[in-house]
Design a protein around this ligand. Structure first.
Ligand SMILES: C[S@@+](CC[C@H](N)C(=O)[O-])C[C@H]1O[C@@H](n2cnc3c(N)ncnc32)[C@H](O)[C@@H]1O
Length: 435
């Protein structure tokens, strides 16, 4: 007799890609429209994809939830469609970005603050003492050219004088965005990778970068005011509830949510805490405690004891990886277990008839296929969700980093000498319903 997991796998192998979900014609400009361009973030949702899921699976005024909101793409799109939007991310920077992206600011007040800040920055002394590092911690100084940290400290000092908390958030978001560009951090790398020749033929110019980004954000804020439904813009705190929290403990009333829409973290693809290390360390006064790596689902550092997995495919994958590398086997076991716990929490929060849309691709580690989509489908079915639809979508090459080191499973720099494999030429949208 065929088991449930055998039939799931067969189903996945026969699904044809649905081109209406690939959004092939979109340019980077299209996906960076409105406030989506406020801050870089790895593995962002294509906003148009999040929007379509929201439109097709929820109604105006209902709550949608993204338990891994990252830079808040789904939260922005939900609010734009007049939904109420909540969610969690364990990364405090994600919450800061998401709040900044969804807080419409009075254009006249904002103009006044920007003029005042830029006016003061133009008067920045040419020779700042090289020992003037303000709040910049010593551990980050090596990431910058010698003249950069004093200038960054000067900008940060000036920003901190802004009294309006929403406008302060806007400035901090702009400042955080420019940090990597001002540092030796390699532009193409998703890991802390130093590129010592980055500024050989050009100036770092932190103030110039900050000004340019701020002015772009100002334009986008003005567009946001014109695009957000009035009732949402006027009562944003009622419509939005974004928390720095673990997805498994997100705080919301039971059975209050109509749609969960999310792209979860992948196993060992990104170390989110490391990727945002510069911002988290330099802006630590705004964040309070920086969560340890182990709190991030998918981190290689997370190694729970073996636990019961509600998916036969998941158990097979864990066995195979444990045989090749016990440490990695424990990490994948933790990853599947964490996601299982997260889906259980979502089940509690969803109303009857509410839906969950998970956007996820399969990968491979040490030659073992990591069939995330199959595993998640099995777990969701075992937790009592009913499958509504499985969509396979091709990922246009330009929209996501698609190169992966086949041994470690991590995304790698284009041009690196390692033999690379396509990370996910396609991914799946799993659409399930709570009966
Ligand atoms: C693929 S990204 C989401 C990107 C997002 N869809 C966007 O458009 O920006 C996954 C996110 O999961 C977050 N994350 C990892 N572990 C988490 C946990 N235990 N609870 C909540 N969020 C977590 C990461 O910080 C990261 O922001």
């Amino acid at each position: 007799m065929q088991s449930q997991s055998d039939s799931q796998r067969k189903t996945f192998s026969t699904i044809k890609a649905d081109s209406s979900w690939s959004f092939e014609g979109l340019t980077r400009k299209d996906t960076n429209y409105l406030t989506h361009s406020y801050h870089r973030y790895p593995a962002k949702f294509i906003p148009q994809l999040a929007r379509r899921l929201v439109q097709e699976n929820s109604q105006k005024g209902e709550w949608i939830c993204d338990p891994f909101f990252g830079s808040g793409s789904a939260i922005v799109e939900g609010l734009m469609q007049e939904r109420r939007a909540c969610g969690s991310d364990v990364n405090p920077l994600a919450c800061l970005i998401t709040k900044a992206k969804t807080t419409p600011l009075n254009r006249i007040t904002l103009r006044g603050e920007i003029s005042s800040v830029l006016h003061d920055l133009e008067r920045m002394p040419k020779c700042l003492g090289s020992g003037f590092y303000g709040a910049l911690p010593e551990e980050v100084l090596g990431w910058f050219e010698e003249s950069t940290p004093p200038q960054l400290a000067y900008i940060l000092n000036r920003i901190e004088e802004v009294e309006d908390q929403d406008i302060l958030l806007f400035f901090i978001c702009a400042f955080s965005h420019i940090l990597k560009g001002c540092s030796y951090w390699s532009n193409e790398s998703v890991k802390p990778y130093r590129q010592p020749d980055k500024f050989l033929n050009r100036h770092v110019d932190p103030v110039g970068r900050f000004r340019k980004h701020l002015l772009m954000m100002e334009e986008r804020n003005n567009e946001l005011i014109g695009s957000l439904p009035q009732r949402v813009a006027l009562r944003i705190e009622e419509y939005r509830n974004v928390q720095v929290a673990d997805a498994r403990c997100i705080d919301a009333p039971k059975e209050s949510i109509s749609l969960v829409v999310t792209s979860p973290p992948y196993m060992v693809s990104y170390e989110y805490r490391d990727i945002h290390g510069l911002s988290l360390k330099i802006l630590k006064n705004f964040f309070g405690k920086i969560p340890p790596r182990e709190n991030f689902i998918g981190s290689i550092s997370r190694k729970l004891a073996r636990a019961y997995l509600r998916s036969r495919t998941a158990n097979d994958i864990v066995e195979q990886l444990v045989a090749k590398n016990p440490g990695l086997g424990m990490s994948i076991n933790s990853y599947f277990f964490d996601m299982q716990e997260c889906f259980l929490r979502m089940r509690e929060l969803l109303r009857s008839g509410g839906r969950i849309a998970v956007v996820i691709g399969d990968t491979s580690l040490r030659g073992v296929p990591i069939l995330n989509a199959e595993v998640f489908s099995e777990i969701l079915s075992d937790e009592g969700f009913q499958q509504i639809r499985l969509v396979k979508r091709e990922i246009p090459f330009k929209s996501l980093p698609t190169l992966r080191d086949p041994k470690s499973g991590r995304f790698v720099r284009i041009g690196s000498s390692t033999k690379l494999s396509m990370a996910y030429p396609h991914e799946y949208i799993l659409l399930f319903e709570k009966p």
